[in-house]
Design a protein around this ligand. Structure first.
Ligand code: R5P
Length: 317
């Protein structure tokens, strides 16, 4: 089936550069739409291409400003649904609110579930996303979810670096399974940091299980938000004798004190992907490297459009 036959890709305003790169990978032109604001700030979207009976994909990360990008996605979905699109896939490279996924104290919401509900209600037939913080978040959507991982892109980058004396360090216990996959893929040892979260932005790395003395360390995580997790882990492994320290994470949220902390931490390189655009303050970090997920997303979109397997993308990892 030729890709141009019935495939339409639209972009929200969160990450147009990534959408453009996806379109380039697929060899299709970007769907035409106008995103505007009424004088009172209300968003208005008008899709200018005919989408009746078409297989539509809307690319929108719900990154900062989170609520504005989320609402924009909802309006886009509603617009395409009312314009009789045959199938609408919400492509959400970074899904904000993912970490609010449980009621761990009284009288708090489960906003990840709320966000999943409203995306479905607005008109999404399926979701394509990357590293949802926890695999089980897929179950928050009652529509098909294709869940990709930035590990494919990050691990290739670090493999090509051929880091010797490598120890992969999980900066917290929750990330151990991912770290262990990296260790076996890259051929390194494994270590785990025991962390204690003091508050939303303060983290204490307390102990390391495993050897880092004289080793080059790769720390991998799904998300760097305030950078408390990776920076306190980096300080601890440095104190314990680590040589080079690399950090790899799919989503560079970089909130609050993150950039100052990363600038001061004993980290040689911070590698993130472009699920969230990094063309603002973060691009000034001297040791940041941004990898693109565009080919992975493009390939997944192609396979969804052609009703082919998406999971086989991960067979090598
Ligand atoms: C924790 O479960 C996550 O995998 C990340 O380690 C965490 O969300 C990072 O947050 P921060 O950068 O604020 O420490």
């Amino acid at each position: 089936m030729p890709l141009n036959n019935g495939l339409k890709i639209f972009t929200g305003s969160s990450n147009p550069a990534l959408t453009a790169a996806v379109c380039e990978y697929l060899g299709v032109s970007l769907g035409r739409a106008e995103i505007d604001k009424f004088p009172d700030g209300e968003k208005v979207i008008r899709v200018e291409d005919d989408v009746r009976g078409k297989d539509c994909f809307v690319v929108q990360s719900t990154c900062r400003p989170v609520d504005e990008h989320l609402v924009e996605l909802l309006i886009y979905l509603d617009c395409l649904r009312r314009a009789s699109a045959k199938r609408i896939t919400a492509v959400i490279p970074y899904f904000g609110y993912a970490r609010q996924d449980r009621k761990d104290e009284g009288r708090v919401p489960i906003t990840a579930k709320l966000a999943a509900n409203i995306i479905t209600t607005a008109g999404a037939s399926r979701v394509l996303t990357i590293d949802l913080h926890a695999q089980q978040l897929q179950g928050f959507f009652d529509i098909p979810v294709d869940h990709l991982t930035g590990e494919l892109v990050l691990s290739k980058y670090f493999k090509d670096k051929k880091i010797d004396k490598l120890t992969v360090v999980s900066p917290d216990v929750g990330n151990m399974k991912t770290a262990s996959k990296y260790a076996s893929h890259l051929g390194g040892d494994l270590a785990i940091v025991h962390k204690r979260r003091v508050s939303g932005s303060e983290v204490q790395a307390r102990e390391i299980i495993g050897e880092v003395d004289g080793r080059n360390v790769l720390m991998c995580d799904d998300i760097i938000a305030t950078a408390g997790t990776v920076c306190s882990a980096a300080k601890l492994v440095k104190e314990r004798g680590a040589e080079k320290i690399y950090v790899g994470a799919t989503h560079g949220v970089f909130a609050g004190e993150a950039l100052n902390r990363l600038g001061d931490a004993p980290i040689d390189e911070v590698v993130v992907t472009d699920t969230i655009p990094q063309n603002g303050e973060s691009s000034k970090l001297h040791n940041i490297k941004v990898l693109t997920v565009s080919a992975m997303l493009g390939e997944a979109i192609k396979r969804i459009h052609k009703n082919e397997s998406v999971s086989s993308l991960f067979e090598d990892f």
